[in-house]
Every structure is written in structure tokens, then in C-alpha cells.
Design a protein. Structure first.
Length: 59
């Protein structure tokens, strides 16, 4: 792999900065789980019910 202008990164970007930028771009391209609605309520309910059996996890 060679540095090319098509990389659209800054000229003075280090290899680590480039890797981080590419990693963030890959994460942003992945589909996100649904937000809000029934899905979120189900997740919250599952979390609440499991904590009741762990009294040491309370306040």
C-alpha cells in the first residue's frame, strides 16, 4: 500500500492517525441497532429483571 492523494487524508497524518480515521469510518458505515421504541424497552426490561437477583448490585 502506498500513500496516494485518493486517500483523502491530511499530508502530515501519521500512520496511527490514518488507521484511527479509517477505523472510525468503518464503524460509522456499519448498521446501527434501532433506537427507541419497543426494542429499547425490551432491553431495559431485561436489564432490570436480571439485577433483582443480585442484591449486592443495588445502591
Amino acid at each position: 500500500m502506498s500513500d496516494s492523494p485518493a486517500d483523502d487524508g491530511p499530508e502530515d497524518e501519521t500512520p496511527i492517525q490514518r488507521a484511527l480515521r479509517l477505523k472510525k469510518a468503518a464503524l460509522d458505515a456499519k448498521p446501527k441497532p434501532p433506537r427507541g421504541g419497543r426494542f429499547q424497552r425490551e432491553q431495559a426490561a431485561a436489564h432490570q429483571s436480571s439485577s433483582k437477583s443480585k442484591p449486592w448490585m443495588g445502591r
